[in-house]
Unconditional design. Sequence first.
Length: 206
Amino acid sequence: MPLSAAEVNQRKRAIPVEGVLPAFHHRWSPRSFADKAVPSTLVEKAFEAARWAASSYNEQPWRYLVGFKGDATYDKILSVLVPFNQAWAKTAPVLILGVASTKFAHNGEKNGYGLYDLSAASAYFTLQAAELGLYTHSMAGFDHAAALKVLDVPEDFIVGAVIALGYQGEPAALGNEQMIATEEAPRQRKPVSEFVFSSWGVPAKL
Ligand SMILES: Cc1cc2nc3c(=O)[nH]c(=O)nc-3n(C[C@H](O)[C@H](O)[C@H](O)COP(=O)(O)O)c2cc1C
């Protein structure tokens, strides 16, 4: 018997740490989305958070194409996903493609930090979405060249990721044993000591 959405949600929550914003611990990436539209005002609020990310030269090189289920942009984004992602992402009411400029607007020089800045803005987006009771699932599994083409993205932009957005659905609705197992699995992370060093490979004393 698959776990219910509420049970899975409880299992996915990381143990709270005092002083750390709760959204960091309760954000997780479902594949099952409920058949429930997301009000555009909430999507706007999540982008309001993204808006305030830091960026190199404050260029804000991120751009997002947002598709709501039923519109042409949604269908275009869905069409470029790999079949595995299409199978579950088609239940999400919103699909978003994030792209980044490869050039600085202020001097036309190469911007090597566009993807870094897009990622920061997207992280803010996903955390704000979590704060609003929404769920996000990022994807790299899509045809990047086709995405740029079908969405008429100018040539000095590169793709980052697609983000599925919506409300959490019931795991059983995934209808695929492997996907249900992943949906129910507890979240795993490396301890801080494995990625914060004082010198290479030596955990920093924090
Ligand atoms: C850049 C990026 C690309 C990802 N690509 C995919 C993908 O193509 N398909 C998929 O099912 N999940 C994808 N994921 C989701 C990750 O597998 C997931 O975030 C990770 O396992 C951690 O789980 P959590 O977000 O629930 O904490 C991607 C996540 C990120 C950030």
